[in-house]
Design a protein around this ligand. Sequence first.
Ligand code: FMN
Length: 205
Amino acid sequence: MKTTPKFYNCLERTKNEIFSLLFQGVKRRKSKFHNVVLNTVSIEKKPEARTVVLRNFCKNELTLNIHSDQRSKKIKEIINDKNVCLVFYDEQKKIQLRVRGEAIVENSKKKSWGKLSNWSRRCYLTLDAPGRLSDNPTSGFPDKFTDIPPSEIESEMGYVNFALIKIFITQIEWLYLASQGHRRALFEVKRNNSKLNVTSKWMIP
Ligand SMILES: Cc1cc2nc3c(=O)[nH]c(=O)nc-3n(C[C@H](O)[C@H](O)[C@H](O)COP(=O)(O)O)c2cc1C
């Protein structure tokens, strides 16, 4: 008979496994939790989704950070409707996470910007806003940065376009696929001022 992981029948261990996966997602580029599908509600009230990189997970606040361009569509959508859902799936681990939350566009973005290399900052140097139609195939940023990164001073021009999205987690839905029987659980976060209370329940998969 196949063995099951320690978290299989334990909500507390499942919660710890989720936290560990989110930390790995931030730290390890190869982790299946590094890229995630961010779902938003469009201005026309339709579902919208795109892949983004998980940049930070704070266990104390239960928040997640994502970087984006201030001029992008998703920013307008988040300002219009803060409700978001992040969907992760690791095929090897057979784990799906659906993280629901409320997103804000964070004002204090200096620290996150400071951690970016000049090479990464190129994305924020496009002259036109992301999503704009173009007559030609283009990266959007000046040609001189195709092979050479911008200087420190040149890269700083991108700061105004850089946006830090912070997501306050409200729910995490866990699904673990196993031949013995799947496991599904719901973790709900209640916020009372700065105090956090997480409740956990099993669900029928
Ligand atoms: C692997 C991968 C990672 C990506 N990471 C980000 C990211 O961290 N932030 C971001 O704004 N866009 C990222 N993108 C691009 C988005 O998927 C999307 O195309 C872009 O942000 C425009 O989205 P919007 O028009 O819905 O705002 C990534 C795309 C891929 C394929």
